[in-house]
Write a protein that binds this ligand. Structure first.
Ligand code: SF4
Length: 433
């Protein structure tokens, strides 16, 4: 049996496809050179934009047509399996309507496979022999109003600290020298691993100080100390005692990402460590310090901005202001000279005025990104923006704004030779963050 995997979307999906390949090879299958030679076709889907979803329908229906009109092996097969974000959305939609929609749109699919069923039990099949994508967490709790990820991938779940370290040590033993840690919010890594009272997982956003020693902290009266926190023990025995941080008006638990990154950098023979995607929130001083002291960490950050206008950011449910974003970039630049930044920006979000877009342009000029993944806003079902706002910016205006930013960031850097080239994928798809 030969398999072929067609992957749509971001690096997280590409890393998932490597695990799917591992699972199929563990069952005795081997990779087909082309989709036409495969007996087993897996389509790993993305639905970040409507166009991505439509491409999946197009591919599946083309395969089905060829299957119907072909003779020989294609007449009885191949098996078509659909997985990824569309299936994630379908299994989480309690009404069952989305499942019904995709079943009707793709009646020839043989199996809908939730990515959770693939798991981490089989070693991923990697095509690159030097560099590996290593997932450290999956899902997102942030619910930016435009984004389907919390619905397609579910709540943020971190892989265990030990498991990640073991995987990287194993890679290094097999002569890999570079890793990129992957997650929707890498710098929130581990918040869900932190246990509170009675070893119960603590929610990421706290509304009360139930599990922490708040005596030393400047917290509102309403927050009461109930049980002092016992700490989280890292593999090296160090005990991390989280403290409350008041981050942009929310009480949040510091994450384990700086510790993870620091431990990974200690692995001998590992030469380069990178990560995507990181967010302005949870980018702590501690994390900046870890990057600063570890030269193995790539001096380039992908840092999603989405908009440079405070009102738009608020409507997007992004928890920072343009001033806070800029301050953070300046702070990182001050601490880590020569660091460069790339970003994600959405143009034409619901109700974005010319003036609000001009604020994004102005901020982009100040920051001087080396690359930007610019998306025209695409209305996605189930998101808060879909329910509450109107997708009222015309395609023409979205395109004009897209071009202005593309010229200002990507074309300018291409001409100057300072465009950030992704070493392992020439076209990194939009990685929401
Ligand atoms: S844009 Fe990023 S942070 Fe926001 S909900 Fe989507 S995945 Fe989460």
């Amino acid at each position: 049996m030969q398999y072929f995997i067609q992957t749509f979307g971001c690096q997280a999906n590409k890393a998932d496809s490597e695990r799917i390949a591992g699972m199929l090879e563990a069952r005795g299958m081997s990779p087909a050179k082309t989709i036409d030679e495969a007996d087993h076709i897996v389509i790993n889907t993305c639905m970040i934009r409507e166009s991505a979803e439509n491409r999946v329908y197009g591919l599946v229906n083309n395969l089905a047509k060829r299957k119907l009109s072909a003779k020989g092996r294609w007449a009885s097969g191949p098996k078509i399996v659909v997985t990824g974000c569309m299936i994630g959305m379908a299994v989480r939609d309690k009404t069952g309507k989305f499942f019904q929609k995709i079943r009707e749109a793709m009646p020839d699919v043989d199996e809908f496979l939730p990515i959770e069923e693939v798991g981490f039990d089989n070693a991923p099949i990697r095509t690159n022999q030097i560099h590996a994508w290593v997932p450290i967490s999956n899902g997102c709790n942030n619910f930016c109003t435009f984004c389907v990820v919390p619905f397609t991938r579910g709540r943020e779940i971190s892989r265990s600290f030990h498991e990640i370290l073991h995987e990287i040590e194993h890679l290094v033993r097999n002569r890999f020298t570079e890793v990129t840690l992957v997650g929707q919010n890498v710098n929130s890594y581990g918040a869900d691993l932190v246990l509170g009272k009675d070893n119960v997982q603590v929610m990421r956003d706290l509304d009360a100080g139930t599990y922490f020693d708040t005596k030393k902290l400047d917290l509102p009266e309403s927050v009461k100390t109930v049980v002092p926190y016992e700490g989280y023990r890292l593999p090296n025995g160090i005990k991390v005692t989280p403290v409350y941080v008041k981050h942009l008006g929310r009480l949040r638990i510091p994450t384990l990402f700086p510790y993870l990154l620091d431990e990974i950098c200690k692995i001998e023979s590992l030469e380069k460590v990178d990560f995507i995607s990181s967010n302005p929130w949870d980018f702590t001083d501690e994390l900046i310090e870890v990057i600063k002291k570890n030269k193995k960490i790539v001096r380039h950050l992908h840092f999603a901005l989405q908009s440079g206008d405070n009102e738009v950011l608020k409507r997007m449910n992004r928890w920072y202001t343009r001033e806070e974003y800029l301050n953070l970039v300046n702070k990182i630049r001050h601490e880590i000279p020569k660091i460069t930044f790339s970003t994600d920006i959405i143009v034409g979000f619901c109700g974005e005025t010319d003036e609000q877009f001009a604020n994004t342009v102005e901020l982009v000029k100040q920051i001087d990104f080396t690359k930007a993944y610019i998306s025209m806003y695409s209305d996605r079902p189930v998101t808060a923006a879909h329910k509450v706002y109107q997708d009222n910016i015309s395609h023409k205006v979205k395109k004009q704004r897209w071009k202005i930013l593309d010229d200002l960031i990507n074309q300018k850097n291409l001409q100057a030779g300072t465009y950030t080239v992704d070493q392992y994928s020439s076209k990194r798809a939009f990685m929401p963050a």
